[in-house]
Design a protein around this ligand. Structure first.
Ligand SMILES: *[C@@H]1O[C@H](CO)[C@@H](O)[C@H](O)[C@H]1NC(C)=O
Ligand SMILES: *[C@@H]1O[C@H](CO)[C@@H](O)[C@H](O)[C@H]1NC(C)=O
Ligand SMILES: *[C@@H]1O[C@H](CO)[C@@H](O)[C@H](O)[C@H]1NC(C)=O
Length: 351
């Protein structure tokens, strides 16, 4: 894992569009250069890489932090706990070939970390989900990740290359629930052909991380094959938001980036709406493909340079251009841009 923030010629050029609204938010640019030696670095050797480079086992999947400042890393077949100086203090394999539900030796399939969330509703608890063992999750102790306290209902995260984003946020009646959005790949389908694209899972009731049908947005496989590549999830004032890369609609060939949202207090997830996110360069070039996003306050430096309040909530999103004419493919090329959206403008676009 590496951490750095040396951005060259970062673009701060932002356009937010929906089908009806087109708002130009900020048109200015900033450049930051940082020295890598100013930052803590950690590198972890994954013994499962062996000598087969094509075996994507080195993949770092997720990281999260506890209130104590410890850093948790979910990687293929391994979980790591680092202290706040990024020194590894614990590791645990997520492979267990002795399990009754272990179909194939784990090192052949690889257990991708799909979900890694600190369970803030319980003391000392971390939810980890992998792509093997039917997508079962574990509730582990933050202070001893080897210690599994509980296992979940199956089919929580996606499998292998299915992107999965998740967070804990209020649900029906204000109870904390875990929201999960999973990309359809054709493999991650429940028996019966159901595929839960977005769901919210119970973290307090039994079975752990189960979701009744009212708390899911289902695809019936074979009739609707629509790939939504989720890159981030966040919670803001009564809604859970998902940032995604997808086709514009079922009949479109155009790839666009979107923010989808569901209402937290509704009886179900039917109140699903979306807007399109656009990120354009100063030369008019279109960065169609969102790759990553982070939601948080602007902070004093960015706020000063962009004329915002330091505590104003913004969405940072990294986009790339695509191969071919803008939006005609989802194959990223070597040109990227960081766009920053004010949450107030995103809210306005949803109205
Ligand atoms: C992290 O662990 C290293 C090695 O055990 C130790 O030297 C360092 O002081 C620890 N840092 C913190 C903040 O606890
Ligand atoms: C796990 O930790 C042990 C003890 O520090 C170390 O020897 C081993 O290499 C680590 N394994 C991984 C996969 O990082
Ligand atoms: C592996 O699974 C077996 C069977 O369920 C269980 O008894 C054992 O404790 C597990 N090992 C680890 C390290 O979790």
């Amino acid at each position: 894992m590496e951490s750095h923030r040396s951005h060259n010629s970062v673009l701060w050029i932002v356009v937010l569009t929906s089908s009806i609204i087109c708002v130009h938010l900020l048109t200015t640019s900033a450049e930051w250069l940082g020295d890598l030696s100013d930052y803590e670095l950690a590198s972890l050797d994954n013994p499962d890489i062996l000598d087969e480079p094509q075996r994507r086992a080195s993949k770092f999947n997720h990281f999260t932090m506890s209130d104590h400042g410890d850093v948790y890393v979910g990687a293929v077949n391994w979980l790591y706990r680092l202290n706040s100086s990024l020194k590894m203090i614990q590791n645990v394999s997520t492979c267990n070939d002795s399990r009754p539900d272990s179909a194939i030796p784990c090192h052949l399939t690889n257990n991708y970390n799909k979900i890694l969330v600190v369970d803030s509703t319980r003391p000392n608890s971390l939810i980890t989900c992998g792509g093997v063992y039917d997508g079962i999750c574990q509730l582990r102790q933050l202070q001893d990740i080897r210690n599994v306290m509980m296992e979940s209902y199956p089919y929580v995260g996606g499998f292998e290359d299915a992107s999965t984003v998740s967070l804990i946020a209020p649900g029906r009646g204000g109870n904390q629930m875990m929201y999960v959005a999973v990309t359809y790949t054709g493999k991650n389908v429940e028996p019966g052909g159901r595929f839960q694209a977005i769901s919210r899972k119970s973290i307090q009731n039994y079975p752990f991380l189960s979701a009744p049908e009212i708390d899911t947005i289902l695809f019936r496989v074979a009739t609707e094959v629509f790939v939504i590549n989720y890159v981030a999830a966040f919670d803001f004032k009564g809604f859970t938001y998902f940032v995604a890369l997808q086709k514009e609609d079922l009949n479109s060939a155009q790839f666009v980036s979107k923010i989808n949202r569901v209402c937290q207090d509704g009886p179900n997830l039917d109140a699903y709406t979306e807007i399109t996110l656009q990120c354009s360069g100063s030369d008019g070039s279109v960065y169609s493909l969102v790759q990553a996003a982070h939601f948080g306050p602007a902070g004093p430096d960015l706020a000063a340079s962009l004329g915002l309040h330091a505590d104003e909530q913004v969405l940072y999103a990294v986009f790339t251009r695509n191969q071919g004419a803008p939006g005609t493919s989802d194959v990223p090329i070597d040109h990227s841009a960081l766009c920053v959206y004010r949450m107030t403008d995103i809210l306005a676009a949803f109205r």
